[in-house]
Design a protein around this ligand. Sequence first.
Ligand SMILES: [Mg+2]
Length: 370
Amino acid sequence: MKITSIEIYNMDMKLAYVLTISLGSTPSAQNILIKINTDERIAGWGEGSPYSFITGETQATSIEAAKFLGKLLIGKDPTAIEENLNLINRYLPTHPSVKSAFDMAMWDILGKASNQPVYKLLGGKNRQLRTDITMGHENSVEDVQKLAQKFLDQGFNEIKMKTGRPGKTDFNHVKAVRELVGEEVHLKIDSNQGWDLAESLKNARLMEPLNLMYFEQPLPVWNLDDMVRLREKINIPVCADESVFDDKDAFKICKKGAADYLNIKLGKSGGIHTGLKINAIAESYGAKCMIGCFNESRLGLTAAAHLVLARPNMIFLDLDSALLLGEDPIIGGMKYGEKNKSLITVGEKPGFGVDLKEEYLQKWKSFKIE
Ligand SMILES: [Mg+2]
C-alpha cells in the first residue's frame, strides 16, 4: 500500500466552555485534521490540537508542518508506522500535535486494512471506560459549586480542578467543591506549572485533608528537582503532565523519582506510537498513567480511548474535551453516555471507526499534498 495524497484541514470549532488554566485560555478550538489517502481506496483520519502554551504550536505553524511532513510521506507505505514515525521524528523533532494527527491516520489505515479496531491490533480488549471532567479557574465559591453540581447531575464521579493561582483562592474553591460533592467523588488538582516549590508546599499542606487523588504539574516543566523534593514532603501523589512529552522525558522523570503518575497526551507524545513507549517505561517503574487531551474532538479522543483499551496501566482518564466543544463534526467513534456523560464506549469498527461530516469538510479551509 502506498500513500497517494494527504488532505490537511483547518479544523475550527467553537467551544461551549472556555477552560481557563494557569497558562491562559483558548477562545476556540483551532485544530488540524489530516486525511491520508492510499492507492488501495483506504483512507485514514487523524487530528491534532495544537496548544501553544504547552506544545509551542499554533494552527498556522501546524498547517505548515503538516504540508512538510505530507511531502515526506507521499509514496510511503502507511502501515509501516515505526519506520514512518522515525522519519517524521528525524525531520521534525518538534510539533507533537501534528505528528499525533499523522500517527493516528496511519493507525486508522492499518486497522482498516486488517479489518480490526485499533485497540485489538494493540492486543487490547473492549470495555466501558469512564472519564473525569475538568473545571477551569472560576471566580467564586458559588461558581465552582454550581459547576460541580452540574457535573454530578451529568453522572461524573471524578472532577479535576484547575489550580495554580496565588493566595488561598484555589484552596477555598477545592474545599467548597469537596463540601458539596461529599467523600465519594474523586477530586484532583492541576496547577499547570503555576506554583513554585514553596507555594506548592503551602497549598498541598492546606489541601491534604481534602482527600485529593493527585496533584498534577505543580511546578514548571523543567523543574524536576523540586518535583522530587515536593513529592518527598507531601502526602498527595504527584502527576507529571507538561514535564512529560515523550519516552525520554518519561525515563528521566521515573529515574529521578519526580512523579507518581505520568499524564500521556497524544498531542504531546506525537501519537500512539510514543504513547505506548511512555506507558511501558511508567509500568516498569511501577507508575500508573493518566491519559489527557487538549481541545480534541471525538476523533482525537477515539484514538486515545483505543490506546487506553490496549493498555490498562492507564487508569486515570481525562478525555472530556469533546464535551467542552460547541459542535461535533464527527460520525462514529467513541461516544459519551446519553444519561451518564462520564461513560465512554468504543465501537468495533475497523481502525477508529470514525468519519467526518461532509458539511464541515466543505466549510474548513484545506490543502492537498500529492
Ligand atoms: Mg494537566
